[in-house]
Design a protein around this ligand. Sequence first.
Ligand code: BGC
Ligand code: CA
Length: 349
Amino acid sequence: MKLKKAVMLTLCMAIQLLCACGNEAGAASDKIHIGVIYYNQSDTFLNGLLESFRQELEALKKDDLEITMTVRDAAGSQRTQNDQVKELIDAGCSVLCVNLVDRADPSEIIDLARDNDVPIIFFNREPVAEDLMQWEKLYYVGAYAEQSGIMQGELAAEAVRSDSTIDRNKDGKIQYVVLEGEAGHQDAIIRTENAVDTLKSSGIELEKLSYQIANWNRAQAQNRMEQLISQFHDEIEMVLANNDDMALGAIDAYKKVNYTETTLPVFIGIDGTDVGLQAVMDSDMWGTVYNDKEGQAEAMAKLAVAVITGDGMNELDFEKERCIYLPYSKVTRENVEDYIKGGGEETAE
Ligand code: BGC
Ligand code: CA
């Protein structure tokens, strides 16, 4: 009899323990604390993306789903970012969204996450495939760099074909300069290569005057452009910029040197930031390529919830197992209003 009682007691205790664990798991899935770390708070595109992310999370909140978010700025230092990852894990974040400073150097972050079983959604700055393969709870949300370059090249070709005055010196070639983002970024070199190749293969004769790195930054681009203007005077017929902020910096430079309409090159950007779209609207910029921040933010938010609750994982469109890529689209004076009103085709539907 005594033995039977003891067995019963142990069984009860085991059941209680099981229930407790079950409850804990239930409670954890109702509360998601997201840690977000981005490479630099001065980046226009990323500030827009994070604003959209905030809105997406708001929309996903439910009575039984509490979502909180903590944001950190790595201020351009990978070491700072590694420390911030540790800090946010210690603070109890259940999932991290990381916009790497150095996309080739995520090992320390991956080790920290794996040791603490905290999934990571990398975004915008794409880690190399081997790094993403290091652990099954690593994801990436971004866009196809190649596609943005091709679309920029197509826009540039359209501009040249539609306006013969762009070839100002009438030599049958387009004298151009490129303003490039950070050297190691997937969206810098790949965009440049594809934009130029697309222009060439559409039959436009080109003459490269200069490539300058301006690190995605408007002020740096203005500075580089002022130097280019003093070097090439009114020879520059086209400015291809890896992002809108640098295209706008180039326009700032021309405004500063008191240009006349006849010496102004054609400017083409990428991103469709608020200021970028406004410049297309005002015809300061001929066109831009929309970097779908709303789509990326939505994918990140849904994924962050799915990795913790398990809900909605199969609604997400994965490539290479754990990557999500949102498509770009072309913006010109003709369709810019759709983007300004609706915040992009993807969300306008
Ligand atoms: C955007 C840039 C931005 C960069 C930051 C790119 O995808 O086009 O505007 O500065 O990401 O990583
Ligand atoms: Ca020319």
